[in-house]
Design a binder for this molecule. Sequence first.
Ligand SMILES: *[C@@H]1O[C@H](CO)[C@@H](O)[C@H](O)[C@H]1NC(C)=O
Ligand SMILES: *[C@@H]1O[C@H](CO)[C@@H](O)[C@H](O)[C@H]1NC(C)=O
Ligand SMILES: *[C@@H]1O[C@H](CO)[C@@H](O)[C@H](O)[C@H]1NC(C)=O
Ligand SMILES: *[C@@H]1O[C@H](CO)[C@@H](O)[C@H](O)[C@H]1NC(C)=O
Ligand SMILES: *[C@@H]1O[C@H](CO)[C@@H](O)[C@H](O)[C@H]1NC(C)=O
Ligand SMILES: *[C@@H]1O[C@H](CO)[C@@H](O)[C@H](O)[C@H]1NC(C)=O
Length: 608
Amino acid sequence: MFTTIYWLTALILLLLLLPLLQCIEKNRYVVDTDYCRIPDPSPFSKESMQDFRLGKYKPCTKLQPLTWVKYNESLEHYVLSINESAYQWHLQIDLELRSPQTAALNCCYMEVERENDNVVNVMQCKHFKGSVQLSNDFDSFLVECYAKDKLIYTNAHATVPERSALRQRLQQWRSTKEKPPSVLMLGIDTISRLNLMRAMPSTYRYLKLNGWFELAAYNKIAANTLPNLLAFLTGRNLNSVMEHCNPYLIGGLDKCEFIWKLYRELGYVTAFGEDAVSINTFNLRMRGFRESPVDYYLRPYLIAAEQWLDVSQQPGQEYQVCLGYEHASEHIYNYALEFARRYRNDSFFGFFWTNTHSHGYRISRTSAMDSYMTKYLKRLVEQGTMNHTIVVLLSDHGTHQLPTRMSSLSWLEERLPFLFIWLPPSLRKAHPEFVQALQVNRQRLSNPYDLHVTLKHILSLSGRNSLEGMGGAQDCPNCQSLLLPLPLNRSCEDVAIGDHWCTCWSYSEYKANSANDKMMAQLAFEYLVDYFHKNVFVRNLYDVQPKTLVGISKGLVAKRNKADDPRISIYRLRLLTQPKNVLFEVTIRVNSSSKEMHVSDISRLGPV
Ligand SMILES: *[C@@H]1O[C@H](CO)[C@@H](O)[C@H](O)[C@H]1NC(C)=O
Ligand SMILES: *[C@@H]1O[C@H](CO)[C@@H](O)[C@H](O)[C@H]1NC(C)=O
Ligand SMILES: *[C@@H]1O[C@H](CO)[C@@H](O)[C@H](O)[C@H]1NC(C)=O
Ligand SMILES: *[C@@H]1O[C@H](CO)[C@@H](O)[C@H](O)[C@H]1NC(C)=O
Ligand SMILES: *[C@@H]1O[C@H](CO)[C@@H](O)[C@H](O)[C@H]1NC(C)=O
Ligand SMILES: *[C@@H]1O[C@H](CO)[C@@H](O)[C@H](O)[C@H]1NC(C)=O
């Protein structure tokens, strides 16, 4: 009797638990089809959390800036003003300025003009009292204030001045129809989707709870920032960019068909800003832009600001965090906010990228900005930007630097940056199918080329050109808008994601010491030597050039998906090379019937 009850209870419990178990099983994959299976591990594994410390936001200074700028709608000019009460505060801490009598504050401002992508011209300092109307011919201003002939204050202000040529463009394209949605892209360098959950939990929660759409299987297409950004900004891969609009030649990049050019041609106002001048995406070891690529280009402002303001590094951080009174990234975020506010009644395209709080290998680093980012997203809501703007919040890749890159999750994280899209309510109402598509696309394989087509799709909503008229993504013919359902039968091969970057297969370790393994290693090593030989920028990027292959330090083989060609095998090898014990990771495709081997790509893991 007792055992019967016992078994019955056990059975009932099991039945109750079954759906739960299934649920856990189901959640283990972000994408789970015969063509692609991308795992969805917890970001909080013991290994990942080992060196992880949540950071805390620290303001750069407790002092208030002595000056501020504000746009005056009726004057159609920015006005620069001295904040008298901030000066009073300043006097409290600088006793010398108060005795024997309070020193008068003497301020002047300098207009900053772009000479080229690396040089700015700073005009002579113009004195002013109280407040002064700024010229619409400049976007950037430096301010200095003296008291008792001592320089006590330096600051920089960026503005979004009114321009008649621009206003004419907007007027010319204005139609009686409803205003087409604007686009605001906000990018944070080096944050995987898993690290967004880990390091920015409050931001992640905010996005999930407030109707943003996540693309959880957004797979990068190349190693670092430049090619992944070029893919969504131009629809091209790096090789084709090198041929078509070589960034290493003066004026080369100006020839690329950046998406912001298309927006500008079709009557939008455009802006682009990025922090950390020395590592800017289009300037690091490259020639940058000859002409300003957009209507409001923030690089000259940042060059001036980095030259004139205190750039302070907090211990252990590679790049500056504070730039004067604010974090370097806040200069970008505030400008994005002001750009969106100024052109709220028009159609704009803004692209803003920040490096300073996330670049590098420390996965905890960006967590200091978590509360700031959450508040920032709320500020966008408060100023009404979310009512008329499609907002894209994204990263380019996860960390690919040591030592983090040695952890077991990091291979996956490196390849899956986060991507969130916001649609304004009016667009959701007019196009419920976009909402449905984004909901299913959360769990479908997507990539930066799809994002490129999406940006064209959004532009086509203006009725000023059709999607067909603009073409898709040059180097991914099968890529498509994320506002339409992505096919369930997508594989990496379909959408120009090379084997080396593809997260659709899970790998298992094996003992790599057969003749075949040695052949693969040799082939990969030759590829590596050739790669260094051919690419000046690779040689410059890495301090050592591999000379000899020591051996295979780890072998992995991909578990292929049901729909994959069974004759093809994918191997991932870690190769130890000399000098300096540098580790490389290579991915090799092998056709078992023809015995053909093909090296997909390589990554350097760094010295052991
Ligand atoms: C804008 O400037 C006008 C003219 O100087 C002034 O009367 C008005 O108060 C200013 N508006 C704001 C919001 O400061
Ligand atoms: C001026 O300074 C005071 C006190 O330092 C501060 O509370 C106020 O917000 C500042 N005003 C502006 C417009 O920045
Ligand atoms: C935008 O439109 C609103 C409402 O029509 C108006 O009050 C505001 O002045 C306009 N602002 C700009 C910058 O055009
Ligand atoms: C955004 O739109 C909603 C609904 O139309 C409206 O209630 C809200 O005031 C708007 N927000 C801003 C800041 O304009
Ligand atoms: C994927 O499915 C679509 C229909 O949804 C079909 O047209 C296409 O041929 C399929 N592709 C592959 C590779 O099976
Ligand atoms: C593999 O090799 C066989 C025999 O040479 C060939 O017929 C087949 O097309 C190859 N498969 C792929 C996917 O390249």
